[in-house]
Design a protein around this ligand. Structure first.
Ligand code: ZN
Length: 240
């Protein structure tokens, strides 16, 4: 049996699959990992991305934050790829219970997934830091400079910046889904970023890893793929 046939067999036998994904899931939709600092970043921006996308930088230099954010973190025309679509199909077929993602691009929802646990939030949601009024993406892209609420407060994206804690409600739901899972597929993440490693400890069953580079969990994987995640998921049947 090929590794792909084995993966299909695992999926056929499972009913509470959880998918845990990172930046690699979205690169096939044309969204680069902002952590991959290249020369262009360094020429254009005076600070490394991790510093710009931090709480203290946002509060201290919101104009520079938004310049970088609009330039490097918003990919509003991106479309879901084969991986997003197959995961939505698996959920619709009653086989997948949740997608846990480190991505903030909303592409799982765009593909039709319902239970999407966004550990790092979403660029599509924004709110006023003064009165908590929610805003859509238009508030952030509609005008240049720093977006302000009618109350005068600073509008910020509902994304988890460096130095900030994760949403505890989302974390609890992710933990529950992982404890209840009968198959875990991890894709497009090196599993090196908090809280990935800790979350995975909650899960005891077979682990499928799809990632181009090595991860600390490789030895634990029942199946290991180094291909593009869209390529693998595209060949999976959602319904038996
Ligand atoms: Zn306000």
């Amino acid at each position: 049996m090929s590794a792909l046939q084995e993966l299909q067999s695992y999926i056929d036998q499972s009913g509470r699959i959880v998918f845990f994904g990172g930046a690699g899931v979205s690169t096939e939709s044309g969204i680069p990992d902002f952590r991959s600092v290249d020369g262009l970043y360094n020429m254009k921006y005076k600070y490394p991305p991790e510093m710009i996308i931090s709480h203290s930088f946002f509060i201290g230099r919101p104009e520079e934050f938004y310049e970088f954010y609009r330039d490097k973190m918003l990919f509003l025309d991106a479309k879901p790829n084969a991986a997003h679509r197959k995961l939505a199909e698996l959920e619709a077929a009653g086989k997948l219970s949740a997608v846990i993602t480190q991505n903030i691009d909303g592409l799982h929802q765009a593909a039709g997934s319902g239970e999407v646990l966004e550990l790092h939030g979403s660029v599509w949601r924004n709110y006023c830091m003064g009165c908590r009024k929610p805003y859509g993406i238009e508030a952030v892209i509609g005008a240049p400079g720093v977006p302000r609420c009618s109350c005068g407060g600073l509008i910020r994206p509902d994304v988890v910046l460096y130095e900030e804690a994760l949403d505890q409600g989302v974390m609890l739901r992710a933990q529950k889904r992982l404890r209840d899972a009968d198959l875990l597929i991890v894709g497009g993440t090196s599993l090196s970023v908090y809280p990935a490693a800790g979350l995975l400890k909650l899960y005891r069953g077979p682990l499928i890893l799809i990632n181009k580079s090595e991860t600390p969990q490789d030895a634990r994987a029942a199946l290991l793929f180094r291909e593009n995640i869209g390529e693998i998921m595209d060949q999976i049947r959602a319904r038996v």
